[in-house]
Design a protein around this ligand. Sequence first.
Ligand code: DGY
Length: 334
Amino acid sequence: MDRLRVLVTLPLFDEVIDRLSASFDVDVSREGILAEPEALARRAAGCAGLLVSGSPRIDAALLDACPGLRAVCSMAVGFNNIDVDACTARGVLVSNAPGVLTETTADFGFALMMAAARRLTESEHYLRAGRWNTWRYDMFAGQDVHGSTLGILGMGRIGQAIARRGALGFGMPVIYHNRSRLDPAAEAVVSARWVDKPTLFAEADHIVVVVPYTPQAHHMVGEAELGLMKRTATLTNIARGGVVDDAALARALGEGRIAAAALDVFEGEPQVHPGLLAATHVVLTPHIASASLRTRRAMADLAASNLEAALGVGPTPGRPPTALNPQVLAARPC
Ligand code: DGY
């Protein structure tokens, strides 16, 4: 029987490619992420499976151009780039990579929040520019993290992991806003208190945004929310570009309406709003919150396991570990 063909749409660990090559004919986009729609459709034509990251748009047009596709497996936890309903309607299994990146991403979110509060990158740029010639009592004096109120928007796995760091490690009272409240036992672990969104923005000293991107979450943090924040407060976004209105944030920073911000994700990334690039009180990183080598490998391995299982090979054929629409497998002829 002919081996199935799969496309890995980004350069990836050799070990993961070797593993997939044991079962499939593997094409790898070694030159970079394959996200341009026409190029992706051309290369994916004739493939049964795709291994993707959080960027290429997987929509009805791509699926219709690639009728042989049976699985789209992402190594990202966020799957706003994939039209899951369109995949389900065409019997295409979709998976993401939850769980394996929780702690690593929470570490980075916490680091960004601390960097913004304590003006870490701003002061480093000053030093590197050769401008440090004295010590002053107020030089780069920022905001305390320990004991300050931590506000979390979106209290899923990563939000809870950040809450644990704040409450247990830094003695921070934790408030959060989420569509659904945690059960009381989970709230008790971090003494977290659910509040409505305006209260979160008005009361928190440091706000971390970790809500998944959906159309409803678009610009969930905009002019109105920023206007409620304390002048001494910071905002950190590790969710997705588009959850925060970057133009409104650049204005708030430029006018000194909030103390500082830290962003790992941007609207229209890898482009960054010029107002953010010009602002000094903002820490900017290129979407690397989950980027430890061990975690990136675990994400890639999980995507590979899903791809194998969705295409009927590997240790759990027919049972992809983190499928988003497992019902499509039940509907497939044996
Ligand atoms: C994720 O896993 O969603 C990260 O943001 C990487 O895309």
